[in-house]
Design a protein around this ligand. Structure first.
Ligand code: TYM
Length: 327
C-alpha cells in the first residue's frame, strides 16, 4: 500500500512557494495514494507565535488544503497537536538522533544564525518531523527541495531504529517535483520564496487579490537579455518565473519557453500573473466558504481520530520493542 504523509507549517500566510513545492503535489497525488495531510502546529511553535494567530493560521492551512482540491472524504486531514502520539514519538526520536546530526541541518543553521537565544526545539525539530512521517508508516512524502535533508535524516533514523529494535518502521521516499520544488523570491532568485521575507513584493500569497498579484509579478526582477529562456545558471530570475508558470499552467518548461519565444518580458509577466490569478481566485472563494464552517471542524475532528488510530498502533509496537511497559 502506498501512503503519503505531508504538511505545511501554520507559521505565516501561505504563499505560492508552499503551493508549488507541496500543496499542488498533494492535490495531484491524492488519487493514487492513501493520504494523510496534517497541519504541523507543534513545528510552528519552535519560534514564538501569537496564540490567536497560531489558531487562525492552523485553521487556514486546513481550509486551504480543502480549497485547493484535497478531498476530505478520501484524505485524512488533521491538526498535529490533536494527535498526542506525535509529541510522544518525537521524544523517542530525540533519544535516537545525535546532537551532531541535528547541528548540521542547514535549516537550523539558517534559522539560528546570529540569534542569541533560540528554543531547543528549533534544534530538535527534525526528530519531530521524522516522528510525523514514521508514525503513519508513510511510503512517500511530497515536499519541496528544502526538506530533502530532513527526509534523509528521517530515513536514517528509521533504519537505525529498525536495526536496533526489529523491523517496525517503513523507510519513506521523498517525492520532489522537477519543477516547482524550489520557488525563489521575486526580488532575488538566490533566496527561497518565503513569508518571512520582510519585502512583501518577494512573494505572492495564496490570498493576494488579482491586482496585488499583477503588481508583484510586474515588479519581479528579470535580466537584461529579454528572452524567455530556462537556464538557472545564467538566467535564474527568468527561470524561476518560468517554473511558476509551469506549476500554475500544468505545461512543461519547454512548452512555456516555446509559447513565449520572441516575446518580451512584459507580455510574459502579464500572462504569468493571469495564469496564477485564474488558479488562485477559485481557491480563495472556496476557502471563504470553508473557513467559517462547522464542516471544517468536523473534518478535523474525524481526521484526528483516524490519524490517532494508526499513529497509536505504530507507537505501541515501538514502545513494546523498546521495553516500555505497554499493558
Ligand atoms: P514548511 O511549512 O516550511 O513548507 C511546507 C512545504 O512547502 C515547501 N516549500 C516550498 N517549496 C518550493 N518553493 C518554496 N519557496 C517553498 N517554501 C516551502 C516545503 O518544502 C514543504 O514541503 N518541516 C516542514 C513541515 C513538516 C513536514 C512534516 C513536512 C513537519 N513535519 C512531515 C512533511 C512531512 C516545513 O517546515 O515545511
Amino acid at each position: 500500500m502506498k501512503r503519503i504523509l505531508s504538511g505545511i507549517k501554520p507559521s505565516g500566510e501561505l504563499n505560492i512557494g508552499g503551493y508549488g513545492g507541496a500543496l499542488h503535489q498533494f492535490v495531484s497525488m491524492q488519487h493514487d495514494y492513501e493520504c494523510f495531510f496534517f497541519v504541523p502546529d507543534l513545528h510552528a511553535v519552535t519560534v514564538a507565535q501569537d496564540p490567536k494567530e497560531l489558531y487562525q493560521r492552523s485553521m487556514d492551512v486546513a481550509a486551504y488544503y480543502i480549497a485547493a482540491g484535497i478531498d476530505p472524504r478520501k484524505a485524512t486531514i488533521f491538526i498535529q497537536s490533536q494527535v498526542p502520539a506525535h509529541a510522544e514519538l518525537g521524544w523517542i526520536m530525540e533519544t535516537q538522533v545525535y546532537f551532531g546530526e541535528l547541528r548540521r541541518m542547514t535549516q537550523f543553521k539558517e534559522k539560528s544564525d546570529g540569534k542569541d537565544s533560540v528554543s531547543s526545539a528549533l534544534l530538535t525539530y527534525p526528530a519531530l518531523m521524522a516522528a510525523d512521517i514514521l508514525l503513519y508508516q508513510a511510503t512517500h512524502v511530497p515536499v519541496g527541495d528544502d526538506q530533502k535533508q530532513h527526509l534523509e535524516m528521517t530515513r536514517d533514523l528509521a533504519d537505525r531504529i529498525n536495526h536496533k529494535f526489529g523491523k517496525i518502521l517503513t523507510i519513506p521516499e521523498p517525492v520532489i517535483q522537477k519543477s516547482g520544488s524550489r520557488i525563489m523570491g521575486l526580488d532575488d532568485p538566490a533566496i527561497k520564496m518565503s513569508k518571512s521575507n520582510p519585502n512583501t513584493n518577494s512573494y505572492v500569497l495564496l490570498n493576494d487579490t488579482p491586482d496585488v498579484i499583477r503588481r508583484k509579478f510586474s515588479r519581479a526582477v528579470t535580466d537584461s537579455e529579454m528572452s524567455v529562456r530556462y537556464d538557472w545558471g545564467t538566467k535564474p530570475a527568468v527561470s524561476n518565473l518560468i517554473e511558476i508558470y509551469s506549476v500554475f499552467s500544468g505545461e512543461t518548461i519547454e512548452t512555456v519557453e516555446k509559447r513565449f519565444e520572441g516575446q518580451g518580458y512584459g507580455t510574459f509577466k502579464n500572462e504569468l500573473a493571469e495564469i496564477v490569478i485564474e488558479k488562485l481566485v477559485p481557491i480563495q472563494e472556496r476557502y471563504k466558504e470553508i473557513i467559517a464552517s462547522q464542516e471544517l471542524v468536523d473534518i478535523l475532528k474525524d481526521g484526528a481520530v483516524k490519524a490517532a488510530g494508526i499513529a497509536n498502533e505504530t507507537i505501541k509496537k515501538l514502545k513494546n520493542a523498546m521495553g516500555f511497559v505497554t499493558f
